[in-house]
Design a binder for this molecule. Structure first.
Ligand SMILES: C[S@@+](CC[C@H](N)C(=O)[O-])C[C@H]1O[C@@H](n2cnc3c(N)ncnc32)[C@H](O)[C@@H]1O
Length: 202
C-alpha cells in the first residue's frame, strides 16, 4: 500500500487504535521482556520509528533510555505528546528520518514495517541503516508466516514475513542478524522479532 494511503488509513482509525492498543496494558509480557532487554543494551539514543500512540516510547524513556518517537500520523503524535508530555515525539517518515548519519544507537521498529509492500521494505531499512551508528542496534516486531503474504490487518493491508526472509532483507540493508523469536498462540497471528546489529558496509 502506498505510504499516503497507509497514513490516511491509520489517521482515520487512530482513536480506535489508541483505545485498543495504545497502552502498555495491551502488551504481551514476553514482548515487554524482549524490548526492555534490547533497549537496556543499546549504547546511545533510540528512535521509536512508527511509534503510533507512543506508549513504547514512554516505556523506554521511563526505563532510562534517551528516546524519541516518530510517526507519520498527526493524530498519534498529538495523542502521544499530550499523554506523555516529558517525552519527545515528532511527525516524520521512516524513509527520511530527521537524524544525522550514524548518530543513533538503536531503532525500535515495532510493527511499523508491516504495511510495507515487500518490494519497498528496503526503503525504511536502508534509512535505519543510515542513521544507526556502526555496531548500533535494530529491533523489529512483525507478524510471522512461512511465506511472505498479505493479509487484511484491521487498519490497512499488511504483510506477514518468515523470519528468514526478513533476515535476508536486513542483511541487504547492512545489518547482521543477532537473534530472532517467534511466538505462536492458538487463534492468534504468529508474532516475530528480529534483533540486528549495524555492520560496516552494506
Ligand atoms: C501497527 S502500528 C504500530 C504502532 C506502534 N509501534 C505500536 O506498537 O503500537 C504501525 C505504525 O507505523 C507507522 N508507519 C507506517 N509506515 C510509516 C512511515 N512510512 N513513516 C512513518 N510512520 C509509519 C503508522 O503510522 C503506525 O503508527
Amino acid at each position: 500500500m502506498a505510504i499516503e494511503a497507509t497514513r490516511a488509513a491509520y489517521s482515520r482509525r487512530a482513536a480506535e487504535y489508541i483505545e485498543l492498543l495504545g497502552s502498555m496494558d495491551a502488551v504481551h509480557p514476553s514482548d515487554l521482556q524482549i524490548v526492555s532487554t534490547w533497549a537496556r543494551a543499546v549504547d546511545g539514543p533510540i528512535i521509536d520509528a512508527g511509534c503510533g500512540p507512543g506508549h513504547w516510547t514512554d516505556f523506554l524513556a521511563t526505563q532510562g533510555s534517551v528516546v524519541w518517537g516518530i510517526d507519520q500520523v498527526p493524530e498519534f503524535i498529538a495523542h502521544a505528546s499530550s499523554a506523555y508530555p516529558t517525552v519527545d515525539f515528532a511527525n516524520g517518515s521512516l524513509e527520511g528520518v530527521d537524524a544525522g548519519s550514524g548518530s543513533i544507537g538503536g531503532v525500535l521498529s515495532w510493527y511499523s514495517l508491516i504495511d510495507y509492500e515487500p518490494s519497498a521494505i528496503q526503503n525504511p531499512l536502508r534509512e535505519f541503516s543510515r542513521v544507526i551508528k556502526l555496531g548500533g542496534a535494530l529491533l523489529i516486531g512483525f507478524f510471522e508466516d512461512s511465506l511472505v503474504n498479505e493479509f487484511a490487518h484491521a487498519v490497512a493491508p499488511a504483510y506477514r514475513w518468515p523470519v528468514d526472509a526478513m533476515s535476508a532483507e536486513l542483511d541487504s540493508a547492512g545489518f547482521d542478524v543477532l537473534e530472532s523469536t517467534v511466538r505462536r498462540t492458538t487463534g492468534e497471528r504468529a508474532q516475530a522479532t528480529v534483533s540486528a546489529r549495524r555492520r560496516n558496509g552494506l
